[in-house]
Design a protein. Sequence first.
Length: 124
Amino acid sequence: MIKRAKQSLPTRLLIKGLDLIVPLGLICLELILNLLCVGTAVNGILLLLFITSPLWISLLVCWWPMFIIIVCILRFSSLRTYINKITTEFALYLLYNYQGRHRKNFWDILYTLLSFGLPNNIVA
């Protein structure tokens, strides 16, 4: 019979230490990678805003009276309730009554929007 040698005390301590350090290291790595991803997305949006700034600044300067008029019309008239009613009826028609491709696309978009808040293992 071959006898197994008992692990020495430093080896057991090293294994216990690695059992603690490795998961913490993996969690830290995941957090760092998620922060890099969010930072990249934010920087991309800021770059897009900077590149297109001549367009939206000129639109804002030229069209601000029209924006104020549209807001006042929607705020102080019954047009807002009419638009809200038509939009709601159209969405309900697409979700429940329509039998074409748009109904499937609408449900897919709704599911995608709802699944953003779920953990990845549930969505996948």
